[in-house]
Design a binder for this molecule. Structure first.
Ligand code: URA
Length: 256
């Protein structure tokens, strides 16, 4: 087994310390993760004693990239309607960033329309943001959608069209999971995140959206979070999101 290097001026921070700092358990538990070959640095299986430079090294646990830059925060906000999803608005409107602590500065991951409410992640963690935003990765997003159906149920054949995908002006939409928990209220799960996608899909099949809320991002849902409120994500939640984004929705527990 390779152990601690004892050089006088050694660059970087010990890997087990970094993993413990970002929430992977005690240093001892993190040493076990490393010793069990579950951690890689820049693609190579790490050994005990490995040091890393948070600014440039890429660390993965069980094949899932983890952000190691100190001071990373991850919020989930229940965005209310009427608030813009941007880090700063040139028209002086209230933005999602105004609803979370000012420091450290964070940015929204993806966007919800001004008229859409629901879950939105804000972070300064580039690793998670890239994973979630990358079209090849990405995670399922679930929406609760009230449509204009004159109080009647949307016909099954329309739901089938939405499930199969519809042709929008920027190309066909992928397969979607579509249910109707109540007449005129749809639950739509999509994997893509194109501009105003759900609104355009519903409009396309003749049922314009009246109200739209995002209720889930991959493994993350929180029905108890009131509109306008935010909370910090736990390390488990961040890792579950990263896992879902890396492994196409398969959510693994890092404690197994
Ligand atoms: N689809 C939309 O149409 N709007 C959103 O805000 C999110 C998804």
């Amino acid at each position: 087994m390779v152990t601690e290097d004892s050089g006088a001026a050694v660059a970087g921070e010990r890997l087990q310390k970094v993993l413990a700092r970002i929430g992977f358990g005690s240093r001892r538990a993190c040493e076990d993760l490393i010793a069990n070959g579950r951690v890689t640095v820049n693609g190579d299986t790490a050994v005990l004693g490995r040091r890393v430079e948070p600014d440039c090294d890429v660390v993965e646990v069980d094949g899932v990239p983890v952000g190691i830059v100190p001071g990373a925060v991850h919020y989930v906000l229940n965005k209310p309607t009427g608030v813009v999803t941007t880090a700063s608005d040139t028209h002086g409107r209230e933005t999602v960033v105004d609803l979370v602590p000012r420091e450290p500065r964070v940015f929204p991951v993806g966007r919800l329309d001004m008229d859409t409410s629901g879950l939105l992640i804000l972070t300064n963690d580039g690793t998670l943001a890239n994973l979630l935003a990358h079209p090849r990765h990405g995670v399922d997003k679930e929406y609760l959608v009230e449509v204009d159906s004159n109080g009647r149920a949307v016909p099954e054949r329309v739901l089938v069209r939405l499930r199969r995908g519809v042709e929008l002006d920027d190309g066909p939409t992928g397969p979607a999971v579509v249910g109707q928990p109540q007449p005129g209220v749809l639950r739509i799960v999509i994997h893509e995140g194109r501009n105003r996608q759900v609104r355009r899909m519903c409009e396309h099949v003749g049922f314009p959206v009246v109200r739209l809320a995002r209720t889930r991002i991959g493994p993350l849902a929180d029905p108890s979070l009131a509109p306008g409120r935010w909370r910090l994500l736990s390390t488990d939640e961040v890792f579950a999101l990263s896992t879902a984004a890396t492994k196409g929705g398969q959510v693994a527990s890092r404690r197994e």
